[in-house]
Ligand binder design. Structure first.
Ligand SMILES: *[C@@H]1O[C@H](CO)[C@@H](O)[C@H](O)[C@H]1NC(C)=O
Ligand SMILES: *[C@@H]1O[C@H](CO)[C@@H](O)[C@H](O)[C@H]1NC(C)=O
Length: 479
């Protein structure tokens, strides 16, 4: 998963960098592997600073003060396609045409085809394994086709419209054309999120695009709205134009944003992440009650502290500390542990083991997400099918595998309704990892097998500690 932002200030003598820098800090939970900012200064000169690591490690005061200019884009990355060691940090840059920088969140499902097209037909050299570089080059190639010395908004809209026909997958993108302006667009299915807002200043309005509304709220932007699925927005010093360029009857925002990716103080596609999580927890509580039936013997409910890739070791310590502190509560009791999801099952297994060591009698495990049985191909870094603990196993078998007395999963329909009830206009969500329904229609057996051969490895989930425990469930039981 990744986080993106773009900013254009009304006052051309002001610096966009401080706010961009802050925006990346606020999006850090979406990716901790790399961060980058590119700004555009006088005469359209570009200034960049990017590198591997957390936002606080990548940028220092000296470097930040060197990022001059009143517009720019930023990115935090967790690798999806490509691995962090060989993939450059974003934003990516091409000098022709016009000098374009680009950053995106998501993953493409026809990357192989695009690679061939760019090589054989467009004659563009691709230097990394990153989907972003492909996207940028498709965009650059489309703009190049205009053959113009300077592009105008119409040309950019046309280039993005063509791009929508050429690429498939889940993606939200920001771009900056040197000395011209910023651009944002979102895939036709609205799988990945993107919001826009404005801020009144004496010089006029500043505009910002970001993956999550929390960025705009924190930086004093108002009139925050979602970029529509298939919509492109072009903002220059003196205009803002927006246009829906691709219409799909299959709008399907990613449900995982609500389950655990997004910060709970964000509002996405009109839905408060916090409220959705509360309601998921309530639904899970009902599910637990239903599935325990007459055997209901749970004495205590404990949310599993959030796992974090960066702090993997810290996490174990934290979990242990938390569980130790509760040892008294655990001893001789039947415990229900609650986590947002079970992916590989390795963490769940360890935590269950710890609970047993702390003296728990029975350990039940509830998951706010239904059983994850299929890979995610739209930008959430998850292992391939065979590495998923629930792939090819029923609930009972998953319980045995992770050492729980029972595993209780959220029902898929309940999960969808917990989110959807806050914006019934959204009929569908991307739930492919649970039900194998891939909205782009191009993910088949062959594709999944090729993912497995690719031998993608690495950690399963890239996120920082965010309070995504099933608050609602916890409340329901500990009232
Ligand atoms: C900031 O980082 C740059 C590049 O790594 C380094 O040359 C510079 O000395 C650092 N400045 C400070 C104040 O740490
Ligand atoms: C992203 O897409 C590429 C090919 O289109 C694939 O190789 C890669 O495994 C995908 N990543 C994920 C996480 O699905």
């Amino acid at each position: 998963m990744c986080g993106i932002s773009a900013l254009i200030l009304a006052d051309q003598s002001a610096a966009a960098c401080p706010d961009l820098h802050e925006s990346l800090g606020l999006l850090q939970h979406r990716g901790q592997d790399a961060a980058g900012i590119v700004t555009s200064g006088p005469k359209g000169r570009l200034f960049q600073c990017k590198g591997n690591g957390m936002v606080r490690d990548v940028f220092n005061e000296t470097q930040l003060s060197g990022l001059i200019g009143s517009l720019g884009i930023g990115h935090v990355r967790y690798p999806t396609a490509g691995s962090s060691s060989i993939t450059e940090a974003q934003p990516f840059y091409v000098n022709s045409p016009y000098g374009i920088v680009f950053a995106h969140n998501g993953n493409l499902t026809n990357a192989d085809e695009l690679r061939v097209f760019l090589d054989k037909i467009a004659h563009r050299h691709i230097n990394t394994d990153s989907d972003s570089e492909l996207l940028l080059n498709v965009l650059a190639n489309n703009l190049q086709k205009t053959g113009k010395f300077r592009v105008n908004q119409e040309d950019i809209f046309t280039a993005i419209k063509d791009l929508y026909r050429q690429i498939r997958g889940g993606y939200a993108c920001v771009a900056m054309i040197a000395g011209y302006g910023i651009v944002g667009f979102r895939d036709p299915h609205g799988i990945r999120p993107l919001v826009i807002g404005r801020r009144k200043t004496v010089a006029g309005y500043d505009y910002m695009l970001a993956s999550e509304s929390v960025v705009l709220d924190s930086l004093g932007f108002t009139d925050v709205e979602d970029v529509k699925p298939g919509e492109a927005i072009i903002i220059t010093q003196d205009s803002l134009l927006r246009r829906v360029l691709a219409v799909s009857d299959r709008i399907a925002p990613c449900i995982f944003e609500y389950v655990y990716f997004a910060r709970q103080d964000s509002i996405m596609d009109g839905i408060s992440v916090y409220k959705a999580r509360l309601s998921m927890g309530e639904a899970l509580a009902d599910q637990v009650t239903k599935s325990m039936g007459n055997e209901m013997d749970i004495d205590v409910v404990i949310p599993v502290p959030d796992t974090s890739r960066v702090a993997a070791i810290q996490l174990r310590k934290n979990v242990r500390r938390k569980l130790n502190a509760m040892a008294l509560e655990f001893s001789g009791k039947n415990v229900l542990l609650v986590d947002d999801s079970i992916v590989r099952g390795t963490t769940s297994k360890e935590i269950i083991q710890m609970a047993r060591e702390a003296g728990a009698k029975k350990v039940y495990f509830a998951s706010c997400a239904p059983a994850i049985r299929y890979p995610n191909v739209y930008g959430i870094d998850m292992p391939t099918r065979t590495e998923l603990v629930a792939h090819g196993r029923d609930d009972q078998q998953v319980a045995e595998e992770i050492g729980a007395d029972k595993v209780i999963y959220q029902d898929l329909h309940d999960l969808v309704e917990s989110v959807r009830k806050f914006n019934p206009a959204i009929e569908k969500f991307d739930t492919s990892v649970f039900d194998k329904y891939y909205v782009t229609g191009d993910v088949d057996e062959e594709y999944m097998a090729s993912l497995e051969q690719g031998g993608r490895s690495g950690d399963s989930r890239g996120r920082l500690s965010i309070d995504s425990d099933c608050v609602g469930l916890y409340n329901s039981f500990n009232r």
